[in-house]
Design a protein around this ligand. Structure first.
Ligand SMILES: NC(=O)c1ccc[n+]([C@@H]2O[C@H](COP(=O)([O-])OP(=O)(O)OC[C@H]3O[C@@H](n4cnc5c(N)ncnc54)[C@H](OP(=O)(O)O)[C@@H]3O)[C@@H](O)[C@H]2O)c1
Length: 251
């Protein structure tokens, strides 16, 4: 069960090698999280991540999980919930793709959409049902500022995140009053493996800053979290700019 401050004892990470997810797990272990499930595609990086979290004192399990195989989600994730209650699910998997390449390769673009959107619809619904059965827990979903407005430079990724974001908001409304808390997290540019080698956007931040914002959001039972927080205001303005003006911005 969560403690009086809304922080979890048990955490299930979908996308268990994500830099943002692992920074969040470290932060929560430093509070009171004792059991961590890392669901991810099997790799040495997954084993290393699990070992590192064990070194911090948590009991860590790994399990194979592929967002692109939704037919497996119910069985795979069901096994985790069968072992005991999960106080928090962090949906962290995602792929940026390569916009220029993917525009010329529709199959690759579809993989971005299937990973970020349909994979999340499937895993999100499976976890939401399990949390609802428990009658408590948080589902925290890593969306993006890219979900807010289509950008020429990354609209394939952005549109998949827009779908994910809208889905998560609706799921939050559907679960309102059930005891299950759903939180959409919208980071801007975060320095992680996903953005390595890319030119930094303004207001770039770190996985640790996202982890801090997630902890605060859990304590407050927030529905939406922006990282950094000022992006909420920036995007409120950008969202309403006329298309012709927005197109000319160097964003
Ligand atoms: N970095 C940013 O600027 C930024 C900004 C806003 C939102 N986000 C979002 O935050 C989340 C975490 O990203 P990150 O920055 O921490 O990047 P990251 O370290 O590259 O993490 C991405 C994760 O997604 C997993 N993944 C990709 N395809 C998968 C699949 N088919 N099945 C299962 N897992 C899959 C990767 O697993 P493998 O190890 O198997 O590849 C990895 O664990 C993503 O949803 C991302 O879109 C990131």
């Amino acid at each position: 069960m969560k403690d009086a401050f809304g922080l979890p004892q048990s955490l299930l990470v979908l996308g268990g090698t994500s830099d943002i997810a692992l920074a969040t797990a470290r932060r929560l272990i430093a509070r009171r999280t004792r059991t961590v499930w890392l669901a991810a595609r099997p790799s040495p990086a997954l084993d290393e991540a699990a070992d590192r979290l064990r070194g911090l004192g948590a009991q860590v399990h790994t399990l194979p999980f592929d967002a692109l195989d939704p037919a497996s989600h119910e069985e795979t994730l069901g096994k985790v919930f069968a072992e005991g209650d999960i106080d928090m699910v962090l949906l962290a998997f995602g792929t940026l793709g390569d916009q220029a390449h993917d525009e010329r390769d529709p199959g690759a673009a579809v993989r971005v959409a299937q990973t970020n959107y349909t994979g999340a619809v499937s895993a999100g619904l499976v976890c939401a049902a399990a949390l609802q059965n428990q009658g408590h827990g948080s589902l925290v979903v890593l969306s993006s500022v890219a979900a807010e407005r289509a950008r020429r430079a990354n609209f394939i990724y952005g549109s998949s995140k827009a779908g994910l974001d809208t889905f998560t908001q609706g799921l939050g409304d559907a679960l309102h009053g059930t005891g299950v808390h759903v939180m959409v997290v919208r980071p801007g540019f975060v320095r992680t493996r996903m953005t390595a080698g890319l030119q930094e956007a303004p207001l770039a931040t770190t996985p640790e800053a996202v982890a801090t914002a997630i902890e605060l959001g859990l304590r407050r039972r927030s529905e939406t979290v922006w990282v950094p927080g000022v992006l909420r205001v920036v995007m409120a303005v950008l969202r309403h700019l006329p298309r012709g003006v927005f197109r000319r911005l160097p964003v």
